[in-house]
Write a protein that binds this ligand. Structure first.
Ligand code: TRP
Length: 444
């Protein structure tokens, strides 16, 4: 059986968690919601909600040692076959991977173009980013490169592919971020960035900020598509899944905070606005790097490489739940399942990128959203929250409590178990239901 080593599991799960969500999205939403207070709320969401669902997925995976669909059936107290439909969540992975691969392609393009030159003004940077998102050929080229890399890695399997890649890329990522952090520390604005991120101003917190923090906590911990469940199924029997969940959450959170500190130091040093939105990494940062000459170019290349490394280890984790599902349910070989899943996400990715172009934009847009935004919306706002609610309701109401108790008490105290159980049974489903309703626009 294809299993991780224990450290391999922690690295791979951390590799999945640490991605564009940490280095790109977390800093820009922190900027938009004004810093410190948002960070505090986010940390609470990770601790109370994200970590609970992470432990929930990890428990099911380790207990059942199978793909998402069979794992739910096996773990349910009555072995009710209807639970197999929980397997729907693995398809979110393929949909996310489609546009994630397109975005990773943009970043790879930024690595390459940082070697020649960087834009010297925000207007130029903005225009070239906008041009890239409409340039069909360049995007197909990079999307193909990323897709082939991801497919190649997962073809090799859990131990030889995923574990090995994480063993190389995660330390490299840590090294680059450490170097960037040292540089940020040498700049005057570092203390300002610290103040921005860690001194809370609660007047900036509203319902939108709470929901954004909750959504981000889910996305960054790779919850709601069965990644953590599927990886945990490959965890050696008897491993302490609670401790490893905690490690992964700590690594993921540290990297988000460090990325934020680096990026805000750079922004403040250049006097650039902190609320630049999604363009922060693609527009604001390149202009700042450009003003630092050759050193800036080196920093730009390292920074975008770090993003690519972080993204690749996340990308391989998005396809694995679907692979396991096809392999076990339809008795496919790993090779044919990979080809099938690879083809699905690759084609969806092409549709996503075409939907942003002038040529095909109107053809591939429905109700005011293009296909790219739809894929993001359907997964992050509908399928993933639904899957998380389902997972919690499942454990809270359809799994024998004794089974949970004995599994948890091997690794933790009764108190920790009781807190986790209460959270999963009541608070988390409620919080995510509110998030879901809100995202669907039923309340506003
Ligand atoms: N956590 C990754 C990030 O922050 C993205 C990711 C990887 C993901 N696998 C996932 C998100 C599974 C949701 C579900 O970029």
């Amino acid at each position: 059986m294809n299993k991780f080593s224990r450290i391999g599991f922690i690295l791979a799960a951390a590799g999945s968690a640490v991605g564009l969500g940490n280095i790109w999205k977390f800093p820009y939403i922190t900027g938009e919601f004004g810093g410190g207070a948002f960070v505090l709320v986010y940390l609470l969401c990770i601790l109370l909600i994200g970590l609970s669902v992470f432990i929930a997925e990890s428990f099911i995976g380790q207990y059942a040692e199978s793909n998402v669909s069979s794992a739910f059936v096996k773990t349910s107290s009555k072995k009710n076959p209807l639970w197999k439909y929980a397997g729907f969540m693995v398809f979110s992975g393929l949909i996310i991977l489609a546009f994630y691969s397109v975005v990773l392609g943009w970043i790879l393009h930024y690595v390459v173009s940082s070697f020649s030159s960087l834009p010297s003004e925000a207007s130029i940077a903005g225009a070239s980013f906008a041009a890239l998102t409409k340039d069909i050929n360049t995007q197909i080229f990079y999307h193909t490169l990323i897709s082939v890399t991801v497919i190649y890695i997962v073809l090799k399997g859990i131990k030889e592919g995923i574990e090995k890649v994480n063993l190389i890329l995660m330390p490299l990522l840590a090294l680059i971020l450490f170097g960037l952090l040292l540089y940020a520390l040498s700049l005057d604005s570092f203390s300002k960035a610290m103040g921005f991120m860690f001194v809370p101003d609660f007047s900036k917190i509203n319902a939108d900020a709470l929901l954004a923090a909750l959504g981000q906590a889910f996305f960054t911990l790779s919850l709601g598509i069965g990644t953590i469940l599927t990886y945990s199924a490959a965890l050696p029997k008897g491993s302490n899944f609670i401790k490893s969940s905690l490690y992964v959450a700590i690594i993921d959170t540290s990297i988000a905070l460090i990325s934020g500190l680096i990026i805000f130091t750079f922004l403040f040093e250049a006097g650039a606005p902190s609320a630049a939105g999604p363009g922060l990494v693609f527009i604001s940062l390149p202009v700042i790097f450009s003003s630092w000459g050759i050193l800036g170019q080196v920093i730009a290349i390292s920074f975008f490489m770090a993003l690519v490394f972080a993204g690749i280890t996340s990308a391989v984790s998005m396809i694995e739940p679907a692979l396991m599902f096809f392999i076990e349910r339809f008795k496919m070989t790993r090779r044919s399942a990979t080809v099938l899943c690879g083809a699905i996400f690759y084609i969806l990715g092409i549709i996503a990128l075409l939907s942003m172009s002038d040529e095909y934009g109107s053809l591939l847009s429905f109700s005011g959203k293009n296909a790219f935004d739809w894929m993001d919306f359907i997964t992050s706002s509908v399928m993933m929250p639904l899957a998380a609610i389902l997972t919690c309701v499942f454990l809270g109401y359809f799994v024998d409590k004794k089974l949970l108790q004995t599994s948890f008490e091997k690794h933790t105290s009764v108190l920790v178990f009781n807190i986790w159980y209460m959270l999963v049974k009541y608070l988390v489903p409620l919080a995510i239901t509110i998030l879901l309703i809100n995202k669907l626009g039923l309340i506003s």
